[in-house]
Design a protein around this ligand. Structure first.
Ligand code: XIL
Length: 321
């Protein structure tokens, strides 16, 4: 059986999101098929920095060590996010106190995980609908002010000049959101390139987005003269709000999924000059966040390896070209 990452050696590294369990339970697949990893939760603000004067790096360090020991790249994820952030961060009275907390957070976390070659400095800061304004309304925005995104990249750049700094977001092929993300990156980069790359999360499904939309998005982002990575790819068998619950994945849906993966990877190969990494959000179908989000207890099968860690039809399509 072919190795996924070896098959893509001349294209881009192939990554997976892992946690402290899956680096053990899924170690065989990881070592054979992946040459990059991202911590699913362990490097986020709350897990790393639960109290103002307390950092907890044990879980994240296990993941970083796994990457180092197996010669895998490590993507840092993520320093500023509206979810999974501790409340103490926003309790100060002034913008200055919020910035100084952000400064120590970013510096301490980046210094600790100095094996990471890139960081998703900010994650999902653009809102999804016109009514809510351009930037998502979050405690980070209220505490730090309209220019907080740029501030975060300046801090990260000063901490480490060699680490690639990414912006990361979802619904990234939706034309309205795509244009907003484009505008944000363009404005942060106006005087100096602070954002080196954009991470298209790629939480897609067998129904959407269509291939033209993906291509248009890639071309638009590439025109910013930055790197592109697919950072959280999975292909759901369901529409977002569909509440159908199944015990086994129907073969016709798995066939559609294989076709979708086939088409998506064709596009990634076509745009290899812009794409510097493709990461799947999980390793195998037995552990995927889509089996509890957005519909609780709706088992999903969105990845390339099945519940028993066997290669799926989608896997075969991705390695045969
Ligand atoms: C998800 C994790 O997979 C879940 O375990 C956790 O409960 C919530 O976060 N966009 C991101 C990721 O940038 O960090 C999210 O990961 C999925 C959506």
């Amino acid at each position: 059986m072919k190795s996924l990452f070896e098959t893509y050696n001349e294209y881009f590294p192939i990554g997976a999101a892992v946690n402290t369990r899956t680096i053990k339970t899924h170690a065989d697949i990881l070592k054979k098929h992946f040459n990059s990893i991202t911590a699913e939760n362990e490097m986020k603000p709350l897990p790393t920095h639960p109290l103002k004067d307390k950092y907890t790096f044990e879980a994240g360090n296990l993941i970083a060590d796994f990457a180092r020991q197996n010669n895998m790249q490590l993507r840092g994820h993520t320093l500023v996010w509206h979810n999974n952030s501790p409340d103490w961060f926003f309790e100060g009275k002034t913008k200055e106190s919020a910035i100084s907390k952000l400064q120590s957070h970013i510096k301490t976390v980046m210094d600790n995980f100095n094996y990471a070659y890139c960081w998703d400095v900010t994650n999902e800061v653009i809102s999804d609908d016109k009514e809510s304004g351009f930037l998502r309304q979050t405690p980070w925005l209220s505490a730090l002010g309209e220019d907080y995104v740029e501030i975060a990249y300046r801090i990260a750049r000063n901490v480490n000049k060699d680490v690639k700094l990414f912006y990361n977001d979802y619904n990234e092929t939706n034309p309205m959101k795509r244009d907003r993300i484009y505008d944000l990156i363009k404005s942060v980069n106006k005087d100096k390139k602070l954002i080196d790359g954009f991470g298209l999360q790629g939480h897609w499904s067998i129904y959407q987005p269509d291939e033209d939309e993906i291509c248009e998005a890639i071309e638009k982002y590439a025109s910013l003269d930055i790197e592109l990575q697919i950072t959280e790819l999975d292909v759901s068998l369901f529409r977002f709000e569909d509440r159908t619950k199944l015990d086994f994945p129907p073969q016709d849906l798995l066939n559609l999924q294989a076709e979708k993966y086939d088409n998506i990877f064709k596009i990634f190969r076509k745009y290899k000059k812009y794409i510097t990494g493709v990461t799947l959000w999980g390793v195998a179908d037995d552990e995927s966040w889509l089996s509890y989000f957005p519909v609780k207890d709706r088992k999903n099968w969105p990845l390339l390896f099945d519940d028993n860690h066997k290669e799926k039809l989608a896997f075969e399509k991705v390695v045969e070209f």
